[in-house]
Design a protein around this ligand. Structure first.
Ligand code: COA
Length: 196
């Protein structure tokens, strides 16, 4: 059983247990403060029966007037305490987030996730999110996916436009990567032979 309420400022000092997981992205205090002050309705915490913080979600509304999808909601951070996982807490937080985004008539929800974070990707795919594009080295040395879920406003799936082009771009990046490795190898063999 979990209860949910808007994130409060002093909750920021109760996140240590959650932060002990290397899969949880930790940001500067200003990151949480900015979202908390600007989008309090998108910053929600889950509490256990003992009033302990078991998870949170932070989000924002983004605008891009020149785009065919002028505004969307963005999940900035989501994490659940390891003791309370696989109990549907993240599902509830995301469900609530989607309801708020629908009320705001946002076109889609997007988020970034490490491409190795299988459990989070499975969670998002269970809601219908798709891997819109792959972002090499997005988190320092870690690659990420930009995942998107079109909402009711986006009847013609404008938010997924360009997905194919991104896939071709990613393929080009991977080919270039292997070509660089191959050339480095050839050069090192050449220098060995020439006894440099
Ligand atoms: C990913 C995370 C948020 C999931 O939270 P959760 O409360 O355990 O998720 P739920 O209980 O709502 O899971 C819903 C579904 O997601 C999938 N899922 C969640 N965790 C999973 C895991 N470890 N392995 C496989 N599937 C998983 C399952 O389909 C699950 O449904 P099921 O339990 O009926 O099989 C949590 O593991 C976490 O905090 N991870 C570290 C931080 C992180 O990765 N955040 C997301 C970064 S973008």
């Amino acid at each position: 059983m979990s209860a949910f309420r808007e994130f409060q400022l002093d909750d920021l000092f109760k996140l240590n247990r959650i932060f002990f997981d290397p899969l949880v992205e930790i940001y500067a205090l200003s990151f949480y403060m900015q979202r908390l002050l600007q989008y309090p309705h998108l910053s929600v915490t889950a509490l256990t029966v003992n009033n302990r913080l078991s998870g949170y979600i932070f989000g924002s509304h983004e605008t891009n007037k020149s785009s065919s999808c002028p505004h969307n909601a963005h999940i900035s951070s989501l994490a659940i305490d390891q003791t309370y996982r696989r109990l549907g807490v993240a599902t509830k937080l995301i469900d609530n987030f989607h309801q708020t985004a629908e009320l705001n008539q946002d076109w889609y929800v997007d988020l970034f996730v490490r491409d190795t974070n299988k459990s989070a990707i499975k969670l998002y795919e269970s809601f219908g999110y798709v891997k819109y594009r792959w972002l090499p080295k997005f988190y320092n040395n870690y690659h990420a996916y930009d995942m998107r879920l079109p909402l009711k406003t986006d009847v013609t799936l404008q938010s997924l436009k360009g997905m194919f082009i991104h896939k071709i771009g990613n393929l080009g990046y991977i080919l270039l990567h292997f070509l660089t490795l191959y050339l480095n190898f050839q050069l090192s063999v050449f220098f060995d032979i020439m006894n440099f």
